[in-house]
Design a protein around this ligand. Structure first.
Ligand code: APR
Length: 251
């Protein structure tokens, strides 16, 4: 069978009480949202991160950054969860406590029905004030003009996407909750991430240090692969469906 999980791992998976699933851009690839670092198709193959995804880039040319994010938002609005997102939502009914910590900013896990989702890098569909970082409502944005629109909270503030840029810290609550889940889990999945961007990349290692088994789902090897106890070499949709079937015993 394709994506067969070995018997010892499967038994650990069946008896797991707590699971942590770290997801990255590869999780959303089959929903039509490009990854960042894949050669040819990745976003950073076409654009330079420092010109678009840093506070300095926004300060230098807020209009350019806002327009670029508006294009990405449009793609995200049209995207729908795929069978892999649905498989993860279904896993919540088989494992007593399952937490997803995602680096993705597209909300697709929540759309698929996953209940406990930690957004490590924010959410592209939300906006916040560039000075105070307070959330800005979509009602406000509908009624004002500007590229970017002004902030309601600060005369010098502008609306910016509520995402974590290079050089910025992650929301503390999100990181604390994800780290607690990593320390507490019996099984950790790493799905569709190159495992290069910190601190997210260290979560599976933290889980492993605390005794969890580590399963990686990715079509190719990553910085994490050598540490993984099991590797499913393929796209998130079919590999996660296979995990679900084996856990249910229907494979
Ligand atoms: N299924 C599973 N994995 C896939 C798929 C797929 N269908 N397609 C591609 N991948 C894998 C790639 O092999 C790669 O390892 O997804 C990974 C995508 O890696 P990145 O583009 O580096 O994305 P990610 O690791 O999430 O990036 C982390 O970097 O630029 C920042 O803030 C951005 O959150 C992002 C962070």
């Amino acid at each position: 069978m394709e994506y067969e999980i070995d018997q010892t791992l499967l038994e650990r998976l069946r008896s797991a009480q707590h699971a942590l699933v770290l997801t990255g851009a590869g999780m959303s690839a089959e929903s039509g949202i490009p990854t960042f670092r894949d050669a040819q198709t990745g976003i950073w193959a076409r654009y330079r991160p420092e010109e678009l995804a840093t506070p300095e880039a926004f300060a230098a040319d807020p209009g350019r950054v806002w327009r670029w994010y508006e294009e990405r938002r449009e793609k995200v609005r049209q995207a729908r969860p795929h069978a892999g997102h649905e498989a993860l939502a279904a896993l919540e009914h088989l494992i007593p406590s399952l937490t997803i910590a995602t680096q993705n900013v597209d909300g697709l896990h929540q759309q698929a029905g996953s209940a406990r989702v930690i957004e490590l890098h924010g959410n592209i569909l939300r906006s916040k004030c560039s000075v105070t970082h307070r959330p800005i409502s979509s009602e406000w944005l509908k009624d004002v003009t500007g590229c970017p629109p002004p902030s309601p909270y600060n005369a010098k503030g502008l609306a910016r996407p509520d995402v974590v840029w290079f050089g910025e810290v992650l929301p503390q609550d999100a990181l604390d909750t994800a780290m607690a889940a990593a320390r507490n889990c019996d099984i950790c999945f790493s799905v569709g991430t190159t495992s290069l961007v910190q601190p997210a990349a260290s979560l599976p290692l933290l889980a492993k240090q605390h005794g969890a088994i580590l399963l990686e789902i990715n079509p190719v090897d990553t910085a994490l692969s050598a540490q993984a106890d099991g590797r499913l070499r393929g796209p998130a949709s079919s590999a996660l469906q296979a995990v679900l079937q084996q856990l249910r015993g229907t494979a």
